[in-house]
Write a protein that binds this ligand. Structure first.
Ligand SMILES: Cc1cc2nc3c(=O)[nH]c(=O)nc-3n(C[C@H](O)[C@H](O)[C@H](O)COP(=O)(O)OP(=O)(O)OC[C@H]3O[C@@H](n4cnc5c(N)ncnc54)[C@H](O)[C@@H]3O)c2cc1C
Length: 319
């Protein structure tokens, strides 16, 4: 089949690759290409943050976790496994997504900084998006897929080209398919020089805003912010200072960063939705539309699980 995928972030690229590997002819059209997508802004670490519903998110995340493990044998893909410590101020039950990860345990008290009472520790894939998105683009093109930079103002244009269209437009779905459920949650991060640490740290409950430290391959990402309905991607200098302070409180070795340690500051808009939209719509006998968008703060975490489900949906709707 000829299939058109709208979107060239992690959802579009993973879905397009899976469809290509099913033997279809696949083309991507996207307004922004890597490195200019939201997916490039993500650090990214495996964590099902602000994505719903929990049962499906656990299944999609578990599948993506497995795929990341198989991919990481290729050093060029930008993925590696690292211990993640997520710290809490009060005792916590196991997380709802516990079955999706390996080597999960609660933190020992000697692993927690003063003030924290509990923590989750598990092996988390780090997906270094400065490398990984290019890797996906190269894999897709090498395996015969085509990518074109092109903005769609509606689906008519897509169906004029192709009878099967996959909508991986992220926040763009708001205008493209008039989705009132999806909205933005702004996130700002600071990229710094690597300090040699391998432990990823996360404090989602920090009263000032969340704090996280993600060591990547060549650099580290410090975060972060989660500002619902804020759509500006301008860097907020005050927020940069606040992020550096919060991160220094969870990782004191970051307290004395020099200006030259700070490599860049970036902002992106998470595509937040009450639930991820992953479904098929038969718009006409010869028009099939599949949706895969609205992954909130977890689009990388869920990518392969969702992409494989698009392939399964297509098989069902073809027969
Ligand atoms: C600061 C920050 C940190 C994050 N950290 C993590 C993390 O650690 N782990 C994690 O899993 N996730 C993280 N996320 C979330 C993650 O980035 C998103 O969930 C993910 O990028 C969504 O991917 P996507 O492919 O669906 O959308 P996008 O990457 O936004 O791609 C959408 C694509 O659709 C195209 N498009 C949109 N409208 C149109 C149109 N009309 N015509 C043509 N093309 C169109 C766009 O140009 C783009 O190519 C983070 C996000 C932010 C902002």
């Amino acid at each position: 089949m000829d299939i058109l995928v709208i979107g060239c972030g992690v959802s579009g690229l993973s879905t397009a690759l899976c469809l290509l590997r099913e033997g279809h002819h696949v083309r991507i059209w996207a307004r922004e290409l890597p490195p200019h997508t939201t997916s490039n802004i993500a650090a990214a670490i495996w964590h099902p943050y602000k994505a719903y519903p929990p049962d499906k998110v656990t299944a999609w995340g578990k599948r993506a976790y497995e795929v990341f493990k198989t991919l990481m044998v290729d050093e060029d893909c930008g993925i590696f496994m690292t211990p993640l410590l997520e710290a809490f101020y009060t005792p916590q039950p196991d997380p709802w997504w516990v079955d999706a990860v390996e080597n999960f345990r609660h933190a020992r008290s000697d692993e927690l900084r003063p003030g924290y009472q509990d923590g989750y520790v598990f092996d988390a894939p780090v997906i270094d998006t400065r490398i990984y998105l290019d890797y996906l683009v190269q894999r897709f093109q090498k395996e015969g897929g085509q990518i074109e930079q092109r903005t769609l103002t509606g689906l008519e244009e897509a169906f004029a080209h192709c009878a099967t269209v996959v909508n991986c437009s992220g926040l763009g779905a708001r205008e493209l398919v008039n989705d009132r459920d999806i909205h933005a949650a702004r996130g700002q991060t600071v990229r710094i020089r690597h300090n040699g640490s391998r432990l990823a740290l996360l404090d989602e409950e920090n009263p000032q805003q969340m704090a996280y430290v993600i060591p990547r391959i060549r650099d580290m990402i410090l975060g972060g912010t989660y500002e619902e309905y804020v759509e500006s991607t301008e860097v907020d200098e005050e927020e940069t200072r606040a992020i550096l302070n919060r991160c220094a409180s969870v990782a004191p070795e970051l307290a004395n960063l020099r200006p030259e340690d700070i490599l860049s500051v970036q902002c992106g808009l998470r595509p937040v939705r009450s639930v991820v939209r992953l479904e098929a719509e038969r718009l006409a006998p010869d028009r099939l539309l599949l949706h895969n968008y609205g992954h909130g703060g977890a689009g990388i975490t869920l990518s392969w699980g969702c992409a494989e489900e698009v392939v399964a949906l297509l098989r069902q709707h073809r027969s």
